[in-house]
Design a binder for this molecule. Structure first.
Ligand code: PHE
Length: 367
């Protein structure tokens, strides 16, 4: 299994470590340092097997490289996955996070992290206590920029407008039907943007508090989780977990376009072709979900104001998506393929300079 996984992964370094006190496994997949320190969130959940956790980390790490490379941001791609037994005692969590922070600290800046599925800015505070400066998105009280979700949601909202413009000749979402799968950290604020702009929104969710917030609080229609993908709409926005678009589900889609925040929405590369064959416009996940990953390092490392971060990411998502759609059309390829080619060009162009810089820094920095 490991052999096969690694054969399909063109990354640089894989760290696999057991946390003895809890039995958790920590995976840090450093996919690329070509454009800068390898950066990616820390995902914490229970996987059925360590293989499954590894596979997720490897794929997600590549997604982060693409995410930063396409806009030309000075970060490489990585992802950490902590697979905990489903019975992790809440009292054991801070210790696990602190030990994980020590690991991140030991990497000396090779790997920078932030929140992802299953971790929060509060967790980043705990990790930063031992990892130091290599952690984005600590709470505002602790001096960080806090929750990246609203920034990611703004980027996805922008992507949906760009998609509408492409399909209908106007980017206005008023009256457009949008189904948001998952009302979490990103799906929630996305629902609010869409609702405010007059879209006809429906959402699926399993958490009762969130259901109450959007169905009862905002009056947004709720659809059962198993129907989210097959509900007729203009735009389907996957904002839960990845892998929702595959040979089994794509035939059941009843949307004109897909644009959402989940990482790795396609089960396999061929799914981009399946969408194209059905004439469903796909906004590549790593293009439209860059908001948090762009805003937080921007604010915390590059000195952007929050307003500047919002402006940068809105402009970037709109401009890039337009280019992706145009190049896909011109080249007769899927939008996913067009976006990957754009990222590959950046990586290639930066390669020589990046390699030289790395050599020069070699003596002083792990990166
Ligand atoms: N979950 C974020 C993403 O997938 C990870 C991230 C957040 C990385 C903030 C860096 C900073 O894009």
């Amino acid at each position: 299994m490991l052999d096969r996984l690694l054969r399909d992964w063109d990354g640089e370094r894989l760290i696999l470590r057991r946390d003895h006190p809890t039995g958790a496994w920590v995976v840090i997949a450093i996919h690329s340092t070509r454009l800068g320190p390898a950066t990616g969130g820390t995902r914490m959940k229970s996987y059925p097997t360590v293989d499954a956790a590894l596979a997720d980390a490897l794929r997600l790490s590549e997604g982060m490289t693409l995410k930063f490379a396409t806009p030309g941001l000075p970060f490489g791609g990585a992802k950490a996955v902590i697979t905990v037994g489903s019975e992790l005692d809440p009292g054991d969590r801070p210790g696990l996070l602190r030990r994980y922070g020590t690991m991140v600290g030991e990497l000396g800046g090779l790997f920078l992290t932030g929140p992802d599925v299953g971790t929060t800015p509060d967790d980043m505070d705990v990790i930063a206590a031992t990892a130091g400066e290599y952690v984005f998105c600590r709470t505002v009280e602790a001096g960080g920029a806090g929750d990246p979700g609203p920034y990611t949601a703004l980027g996805v909202f922008t992507g949906i407008q760009t998609v509408c413009e492409r399909l209908f000749g106007t980017g206005a979402v008023a009256g457009r039907r949008v189904v948001v799968q998952g009302a979490g950290d990103v799906g929630g604020p996305l629902i609010e943007h869409l609702h405010e702009a007059g879209a006809e929104v429906a959402f699926s969710e399993i958490d009762d508090t969130r259901i109450a917030r959007y169905r009862d609080g905002l009056g947004v229609a709720l659809v059962p989780p198993e129907e989210a993908i097959t509900t007729r709409c203009d735009v389907f926005a996957p904002c839960a977990l990845g892998g929702v678009l595959d040979a089994d589900t794509i035939p059941g889609l009843r949307c004109r376009a897909v644009a959402g925040s989940a990482n790795n929405q396609l089960g396999e590369p061929a799914d981009a072709q399946r969408l194209r064959a059905r004439n469903i416009l796909y906004a590549p996940d790593f293009v439209v979900n860059v908001g948090g990953a762009m805003a937080m390092p921007g604010i915390e490392s590059l000195g952007w104001t929050e307003e500047q971060a919002r402006k940068e990411l809105v402009e970037y998502v709109d401009r890039t998506l337009r280019r992706v759609f145009a190049e896909a059309e011109a080249g007769g390829v899927s939008t996913d393929q067009a976006a990957r080619s754009m990222a590959a060009e950046r990586l290639k162009a930066a390669g020589a300079a990046g390699d030289r810089l790395r050599d020069a820094l070699g003596a002083r920095s792990a990166w």
